[in-house]
Every structure is written in structure tokens, then in C-alpha cells.
Design a protein around this ligand. Structure first.
Ligand SMILES: [Cu+2]
Length: 185
């Protein structure tokens, strides 16, 4: 079949397809960060509806070192408070609570923060998280040190970058309202 097309047209089609692919992939790309032996990949946050008091951010953290480390969120420009939360099902209700003493990343381990699971929580937002912008937060690793991470903000209810489906039927992780309860410590 290929012999029916002049070589120049085929080349043009291939180049066009490649350019379109690169363009489509570009917005999902986020910077990675290294803090000592800690590698942070694909940070992202979800946009929040107007008036929401809380927002969430996600990333993948790998400890390439030989000793365990613990991470906490110490500050964010967008919120009065920044914490790392776990989510668990308790009697059919999704509950989240701050990770006490920091989230441990064991040597050689990768921990993924993602919707309906571990997340960085911004409490008492100063302004909504707007899709297309970036929200910055300062993470403190007990041993590796401190890093300011920029989380590109994806749409409200967006799945994790690289995940094609919406991540199941759980709706409660977006607004932190509804069925969700939060334990105060
Ligand atoms: Cu939370």
C-alpha cells in the first residue's frame, strides 16, 4: 500500500502525528525533585471548587538511600495549614487523619500519594486552587532536608496523570465533604 503515496506525503503525515503527540503530552509533564537520596516524581494537585476550604495534592516519593526518612508538609503559600493525611474506611465511611510524626519512607521504598489514599492536605485555603496554575508547598524530610515542591493543578476530579479512568466510583476525596469525616487531633 505504501508505494501508492509519494515519500514526501508520508513523511509529512508522520511528522504531524509526532508533533500532535508531543503537544498533547506536554501539559501533564511536571518537574521531578531530588532532595538528598529522596526522589519526588509527578507532583500534582486538584483544582478546588469556589468556596472550598480544603484542597489536596499528590506525588510519588522514592527513598533511594539506606536509612528510613520521614516527611511532613510544613507550609504552603495557598493555605494556613499543610498536613499529610491517610484515608481509611471505617464502618463504611471514609475517614482521613494526619500522619503522626511524619510519613515514613523506608529505604528502597516508593510511596505514592494519590486520590482516595495518602495525600497532602491544604487546610483553610487562602484562595481556590485553579486548574492550569501551580501550588507550592514546603516538604520537610527529617534527614534529607527541606524542598519546595510546585504542584501543577489539574481539573476538579482529575485522575492521576497517566491514569485514563476516573479512578472508580468514590466521589468523596474531591471536596472532603459529604461522607468524609475528619478526625481532629
Ligand atoms: Cu485530607
Amino acid at each position: 500500500m505504501f508505494h501508492l503515496f509519494p515519500k514526501g506525503i508520508l513523511g509529512g503525515l508522520a511528522a504531524g502525528a509526532l508533533a500532535a503527540t508531543q503537544f498533547a503530552a506536554a501539559p501533564a509533564h511536571a518537574a521531578d525533585y531530588d532532595v538528598g537520596p529522596i526522589h519526588i516524581a509527578q507532583p500534582w494537585a486538584r483544582a478546588t471548587p469556589k468556596g472550598a476550604s480544603a484542597g489536596a495534592a499528590y506525588m510519588t516519593i522514592t527513598n533511594t538511600g539506606t536509612t528510613p526518612d520521614r516527611v511532613t508538609c510544613v507550609a504552603s503559600e495557598a493555605a494556613a495549614q499543610c498536613q499529610i493525611h491517610t484515608m481509611t474506611m471505617d464502618g463504611g465511611v471514609m475517614k482521613m487523619r494526619p500522619v503522626e510524626g511524619g510519613l515514613e519512607i523506608a529505604p528502597g521504598e516508593t510511596v505514592t500519594l494519590k486520590p482516595s489514599s495518602l495525600h497532602v492536605m491544604f487546610l483553610n485555603l487562602k484562595h481556590p486552587l485553579q486548574a492550569g496554575q501551580t501550588v507550592a508547598a514546603t516538604l520537610k524530610f527529617e534527614k534529607a532536608g527541606t524542598a519546595e515542591i510546585g504542584f501543577p493543578i489539574l481539573g476538579i476530579g482529575a485522575p492521576a496523570p497517566g491514569v485514563t479512568s476516573g479512578g472508580g466510583s468514590m466521589m468523596m476525596d474531591n471536596s472532603h465533604g459529604g461522607m468524609m469525616q475528619m478526625d481532629k487531633h
